[in-house]
Design a protein around this ligand. Structure first.
Ligand SMILES: [Zn+2]
Length: 194
């Protein structure tokens, strides 16, 4: 392979995290578990999808995040727990939102009912309840079975300096030692003061 065609991710620092402007598939990960620093046994990908106003549906992946086996099990356990809380929030939150909607529709003087907002409120309240009665106690009691996500990513819609529309990917790394190594390995551009 010709070295000249090697793709390089264009990354800059922003607000304590990283923003990948180009070639997210070429992001390099320091060869150690992102959570504990042990020798990595496997890698994980983060799938991102978002419908954007100007560029339409965007799908991309942050690939090859290294984990040791122990930490990956704990991360997966946390994801499963989050999924349980999320499903319960929907199952109980949607009827709650419908109840709010019908209640406000029957209240005299309510001219405009923002149905979507009341549904979101219902789901939000249900999520908070299950977070407090399930996720929080389970995680506190079985501390050594769970670990919070160290690497998170999101898609953002942007308008470039030349006025064109596009997107970039934010990556957040909560372990400072790893974030530092990631920074050096990818030759991240320092944050530009605004
Ligand atoms: Zn580990």
């Amino acid at each position: 392979m010709d070295a000249a065609v090697e793709r390089k991710a264009k990354i800059r620092k922003a607000g304590g995290g990283f923003v990948v402007e180009e070639n997210v598939d070429a992001v390099k990960w320091p060869h150690e578990c992102v959570v504990c620093g042990a020798a990595p046994m496997l890698t994980d990908d983060i799938n991102l999808a978002r419908k954007m106003k100007n560029v339409g549906q965007v799908r991309t992946q942050v690939k090859g995040i290294p984990y040791c086996e122990t930490c990956f099990k704990k991360v997966k356990a946390t994801r499963r727990l989050d999924m349980v809380v999320y499903i319960l929030a929907l199952v109980f939150g949607i009827p709650l939102g419908l109840f709010f909607t019908s209640f406000s529709a029957n209240t005299p003087g309510t001219q405009f009912v923002c149905c979507g907002l009341l549904m979101v409120a219902g789901i939000g309240i249900a999520w908070l309840v299950f977070y407090l009665i399930i996720r929080f106690p389970v995680k506190s009691i079985f501390k050594d079975k769970f670990v919070e996500e160290t690497v998170t990513a999101s898609l953002n819609e942007i308008t470039r300096l030349d006025g064109s529309q596009g997107f970039n990917v934010s990556i957040s790394i909560t372990r400072p030692e790893y974030a530092g190594k990631f920074n050096d390995l990818n030759e991240v551009e320092p944050e530009v003061p605004v």
